[in-house]
Ligand binder design. Structure first.
Ligand code: FAD
Length: 299
């Protein structure tokens, strides 16, 4: 990591919002649902699916959770009305998980029931490790009641992930598999990128062996390569898996995957609460901030 990247990643929490906003543009559809609809139409025109996410996490009141629940329902209705090839992603803490577990479950349940009524699908994002057990428990209950309309996420940096797969293999499985984005203690999470990748491939193989539907969420071409090999090995048809990528990240790799005939879904976040999401993206890849700073200061 160069000095500028190092400084960006260390000082990310102190970089003023307007500067973060400079690079946020490529990662976020815009402040309004209308922006997500526009971006999703553009993606659909390129034969790419979307999952729409309203930004806002770690809220502090039940009213905020209710607000986000209503917005999620509005997103599902809008997807339906606009005829978009898209589903919804939501975060359990946005639904009140850290305030009241059963209240959060009821909120998510209502959204999934609504998705079912529109023949759509809800992906429950995975947040940091204090949320893992509850999120998997919600998923287990909801997949029984609404099979085919709900899925969640597994993170390959967590040591527990292969065990979680085996525990959940007693029913139909629908998972997004990603590396994981939060800063977790070594006790529970692998820190070495090589092992995180090995655990990714190992977990993906376990999922495919158990005929899970997997959203292969990565921009790491090494993992895409391994995934293609495993898809072939387990004789998966094109509609039995999908690749997933974040908006604005490695569009070249995205186009290569789509041109080869694989289904691919882009995560389309929108909303006024874009700052924490953008700071995370910038911390993850300071190169983006570097481009923005170069433009700004001519570095
Ligand atoms: P990396 O090795 O991190 O990246 C591979 C290459 O892609 C690198 O060259 C890197 O520069 C580039 N790259 C990666 N990310 C970015 C970026 N943001 N900006 C610019 N370049 C980048 N994590 C969770 O913990 N929970 C979730 O629910 C969750 N949902 C996700 C949904 C989708 C659709 C995707 C794609 C990711 C999601 N993630 C989630 C994030 C994920 O865990 C990783 O942190 C992230 O995808 C980076 O890992 P990677 O596999 O792309 O590999």
């Amino acid at each position: 990591m160069g000095l500028l990247n190092f400084l960006i990643s260390k000082s990310i929490m102190y970089i003023p919002g307007p500067i973060v906003g400079l690079f946020a543009k490529s990662y976020i559809a815009g402040p309004n649902l209308y922006d997500a609809v526009r971006v999703t139409h553009e993606l659909n025109n390129k034969n790419i699916m979307a999952t729409i996410d309203i930004l806002g996490e770690f809220i502090s009141t039940k009213d905020e959770a209710k607000y986000y629940k209503e917005r999620c329902i509005e997103i599902l209705d809008t997807i339906d009305k606009e005829g978009l090839d898209a589903n919804l992603s939501l975060k359990p803490t946005q639904m009140g998980l850290l305030l009241d577990k059963s209240f959060a479950f009821d909120n998510i349940r209502e959204i999934v029931a609504h998705a079912k009524s529109l023949n759509n699908f809800v992906r429950i994002d995975m947040e940091d490790s204090p949320c893992t057990d509850d999120t998997l428990e919600f998923y287990r209950k909801l997949r029984e009641e609404f099979p085919g309309h709900v899925g969640t996420v597994l993170q390959s940096y967590l040591r527990r992930t292969p065990d979680d797969i085996l525990k959940l293999a007693d029913g139909p499985m629908n998972f997004r598999l990603c590396k994981g984005i939060y800063n977790e203690p070594r006790k529970i999470a692998y820190k070495d990128p090589y092992i995180v990748n090995r655990n990714y491939t190992y977990s993906l193989e376990l999922l495919l062996k158990n005929r899970a539907y997997v959203g292969i969420a990565t921009h790491d071409e090494k993992l895409v390569f391994e995934a293609l090999r495993l898809i072939e090995k387990y004789d998966y048809k094109k509609d039995e898996y999908e690749f997933q990528m974040l908006l604005g990240v490695d569009e070249e790799l995205r186009d290569i995957i789509v041109s080869a005939g694989h289904r691919l879904r882009v995560y389309v976040p929108f909303g006024k609460d874009w700052l924490p999401y953008s700071r995370r993206r910038l911390k993850e890849n300071p190169n983006i901030g570097r481009h923005a700073l170069r433009q700004l200061f001519g570095i």
